[in-house]
Design a protein around this ligand. Sequence first.
Ligand code: PEP
Ligand code: MG
Length: 747
Amino acid sequence: MPGTRRLLGRLRALMAREGADGAARLHELTQLVAAEMVAEVCSIYAMRSGDLLELAATFGLNPDSVGRTRLRVGEGIVGLVAATGTLQNLPDAQNHPAFAYRPETGEDPYASLLAVPVRRGGRTLGVVAVQNRQPRRYAEDECEVLETVAMLLAEMLATAGATDGAEQGVAATLPRQFAADALAPGIAIGIVVMAGIGAAPGRLLAEDPDAEQRRLAQAASTMRQSLEALIEQQGGPTWHAPENEASRAILEATRLVAADGGFLRRVRDAVAGGLTAEAAVHRVTNEVRGRMKRIADPYLRERLSDLEDLADRLLAALGGNEAESVPRGAILLARRLGPAQLLDWHARGIGGVIIEEGSTAGHAAILARALGLPALGGARGVLDAAEPNDLVVLDADDGQLILRPDGEVRAAYARALQGRAEVEASYASLRNHPARTADGTRLQLMLNVGLAMEMEQLETTGAAGIGLFRTEIAMLARGSVADVADQATMYARVLDAAEGRPVRFRTLDLGGDKLLPDAPPPTEENPAMGWRSLRVGLDRPALLRRQLRALLLAAQGRPLSVMFPMVATVAEFRAARAILEAEAARVRPAPERLHIGAMVEVPSLLFQLPALMEHTDFVSIGTNDLMQFLFAADRATPALAARYDLLSAPALDALGLIVAAGAAAGVEVSVCGEHASRPLEAMVLAALGITTLSMPAASLLRIKAMMARVDLVELRGLLEALRRHDRGAASLRDLLTTWAREHGHIG
Ligand code: PEP
Ligand code: MG
């Protein structure tokens, strides 16, 4: 639409004009828009404190009503538009049930009305409307013009001083609290930065629309190619599943949306109108989102998420349009986030992440935990309520986030963080102390990591080694399984960084909750119990063999320790071990020592412990999965998180069986599940005889400090007495907590 381009050109000049006062600028804007749209009236309503919309500028209505006419959000057509965030196109506005008559404006003669919300970063800043005497429905391209104007207006209203105080006292600047799921522990305070379609586009108006069209065409083609490549991979033999039709269908759907041109045509039209490609993607997506939001149909809702996906991909292909520099410690807010994107943002120095649609089992959550980055998910509505540069408290320890916290909350959190930092500093002095309990039992405290860059934590914690190296994390982060050479380089870096300390590499534990981006969404009813992990490795031995070869090559003759996850039978373990030994026989130089271990995390192994101990060099208990399968309680379901306790008879009995079998066979038993990082659990594990504990770095020195005060002989006696006393107790936690508190072991 050449008319739009002309209008945008004039609006750009208006926005760029120095020194113009906000009110005059807005007034001029209404004149320009009315002239271009052949409207008799154009008015701007700006949001004021107390959820009030105030007439901030008008061409055509009584100028005296500017600053006087006010509507509550939800009142009148303008209030309705602000409340719903969607456009109203009415040929006969005065007979609409929501119409609110304001005699001072002199709007009686105008029958038709087109009103569009002015939104930025999900927040409504006002409403812009045009009116005409003739009853008529505005054409689609007219709606698009006004939506584009609304987008520019959002920038003007959000720029300090553009209107007299429109930003100050806006109701949305009040603090808001959201309950959320903790994806990775920790607390962080910082300003909001947004990713993808949730972020406001940087530049709105293009200098050269033709060059912009070329950029868009190039990005659309890049996006199509990457979609084709993904579809291609789905069709080919991936190790994930022989059956990947579902994922193919989803990608095909996205490709159809991309290819059908409806979406892209509208983006192109918006660029032809003078917007940058990024601004055009935002405008068209927001417009469609506005319409679709009113639709309850879950199928169409799903299409909306396809569309947002497409918009995100297109923005990524455009090279992103997000702030280039990220303030250190900023909190990233995203609707969805892949592990590779999270790594990228981590490198840019963010201090925490909130993923609106993130769940504890998601890849980004796993990665956030590995990176020690506090993270929250499942926080519905945050993206709509937040704005870039808002201050936010991310409290993953308490499962909440506070947007725009007031001074007192801020100060309380700052004090808490300071307190933590002091405690951490006091722990740091323990780094070189031997890990020992009060009764003199030696402990091996090791780290759980998943990325080579985490190896520096060995230094900062003084850990004895890596008790669990989750090799799949790096693959999730890069989005695919690396080839042998790349894997070997990565593992060699890990071994170099370990400087002779032991590293237990766990073979790929993919599937279930840890899917690569090109993996089909699980079609199994119970993916956690599905075709995953070692099961895939044994069914697709080429993949397992490649990883084992990479590990052997990385070792270059050094001692190598490998363990297999999700072992359900001794036969499976033997098969996996045989593959590793066969590979080891081929690789030169052979490792000086090859330690092959089994993770005990599937309860069936509890009934074959003596046989297992005969074949394994060590055992590492994955309490996360063991608890999940022992109690038939999904580890990712928050409602079950506190229901079944490791400190209960069935779990303690299971652990006792493993310890006894290990002791009888002279095989070391360790724990690498999250329980090892919790004070009460860690001391009980040690009392049961499990003295090798592997945990995330953030907990290690705290556990070391606590263990130094615990007398295991006394605790063992207490445990036995408690268990004799009530064999059917749901948990020993409360009684053990009382004891630990009385002794000052825990706070
Ligand atoms: C476990 O299951 O306890 C474990 C350590 O493995 P992951 O958490 O990676 O499944
Ligand atoms: Mg596990």
